[in-house]
Design a protein around this ligand. Structure first.
Ligand SMILES: Cc1ncc(C[n+]2csc(CCOP(=O)(O)OP(=O)(O)O)c2C)c(N)n1
Ligand SMILES: [Mg+2]
Length: 348
């Protein structure tokens, strides 16, 4: 049995994430055309959208508390929304504003919200070792909190992931690894780089349980995640859950997807877990009015966050070298913030 309130909360998280990204797209494209200038407009830099992944974030995070840790990859918005990351400060971060979660220095791939123990990174599989660390901390502190590491199927051959699975298994840690399989790693189809069709099989090599579900059915994701997270919370060890999601868009905004057939893209767009969950809600007796109000309150929240973020101040250039691990290169002073470019020949 799935409590209908859980279904409603998942639906709310999913429509919030979808609408949020639709609005981000509009904001992102401002000023970038006609020749795509990635550094122009209110959201400079890359933007990876997760349309078609929403059921994975919502179905998993529905079982999590604020004190549980989540690490996410470079496509993080649907997971951040479902984990309860502060939407206003997240948006300010994406817009590079001073009141953003990381004072506007991280951008959309580097969102950190210690209030709900959420972090993400643009480095593939990077979230796995910190999730294992959080699981180890929970074990040592003897709490019942858990850690979840989300990653893409393109990361399942990475050492960081495999070593993390091993460490979690050997130490019997409360960690769940959630692989979002959208069949693509940028332009690379999964079958060209990975020997297994079902990534959950990776768990077998570490004597851990592995399950695969399809995100078309958000309720199935919810149920599989309930088992995996319950197992971790009850201190019965780690596990791996692979969720088949669908990449409805390009790898990043502006990706012409010349490598992908129209049929593949259309097939992804036709499979929408949000529509299916809406039908599930109705089957559970939720009326049209309630569904409409969940949608409109999600839209209002998104609008408020975007409006608030756009009014926030830009960071001071002089603060660029604060909150970083290394000192500025020699010769760079607060009064000469661009000197590093001259010295290193670039800003990579
Ligand atoms: C360690 C590392 N190697 C390579 C990259 C470049 N890169 C960025 S996204 C990506 C593909 C990721 O594919 P997947 O894990 O399937 O996630 P998806 O983008 O499909 O959600 C790669 C290779 C990186 N960011 N980090
Ligand atoms: Mg992928």
């Amino acid at each position: 049995m799935v409590p209908v309130t859980d279904l409603q909360e998942m639906y709310e998280a999913m429509v919030t994430a979808r609408h949020y990204e639709e609005r981000l797209q509009e904001e992102y494209l401002e000023g970038k055309q006609p020749a795509f200038d990635i550094s122009a407009g209110p959201i400079p830099g890359e933007l990876h959208l997760a349309a078609g992944h929403e059921a994975s974030g919502a179905g998993v995070c529905q079982h999590l508390r604020d004190d549980d840790t989540v690490t996410a990859p470079h496509r993080p918005h649907h997971i951040a929304v479902a984990k309860g990351v502060d939407l206003k400060r997240m948006t300010a971060e994406i817009f590079g504003r001073e009141t953003g979660l990381s004072k506007g220095k991280g951008g959309h791939m580097h969102l950190f919200d210690p209030d709900v123990n959420f972090a993400c990174s643009g480095i593939i599989a990077e979230g796995c070792p910190p999730a294992v660390g959080a699981g180890l901390a929970a074990k040592k502190r003897n709490t019942d909190s858990v850690a979840v590491a989300f990653l893409g199927e393109g990361a399942i051959d990475q050492g960081a992931f495999l070593e993390s699975l091993n460490m979690a298994a050997v130490q019997d840690l409360p960690v769940v690894f959630v692989v979002e399989d959208n069949d693509w790693a940028i332009s690379m189809p999964k079958e060209r780089v990975t020997d297994v069709e079902n990534g959950a099989q990776r768990a077998g090599g570490f004597d851990l349980p592995g399950t695969r579900v399809d995100a078309d059915d958000a309720v199935a994701v919810y149920e599989a995640a309930r088992e995996a997270i319950g197992r971790a919370r009850d201190r019965n060890g780690p596990s791996l859950l692979e969720v088949q999601v669908h990449r409805r868009m390009g790898h990043f905004m502006g990706d012409p997807q010349a490598y992908r057939s129209d049929e593949d893209e259309e097939a992804a767009q036709q499979r929408d877990s949000i529509d299916r969950l809406e039908a599930d809600l109705r089957a559970h007796g939720v009326d049209n009015e309630t569904v409409a109000s969940l949608r409109s309150s999600a839209q209002e929240r998104v609008e408020e966050a975007i409006e608030w973020a756009k009014e926030q101040p830009e960071p001071e250039p002089a603060d660029a070298h604060e909150d970083v691990f290394t000192n500025p290169p020699s010769g760079v002073t607060d009064s000469e913030p661009n000197a590093a470019k001259t010295e290193t020949g670039g800003d990579d």
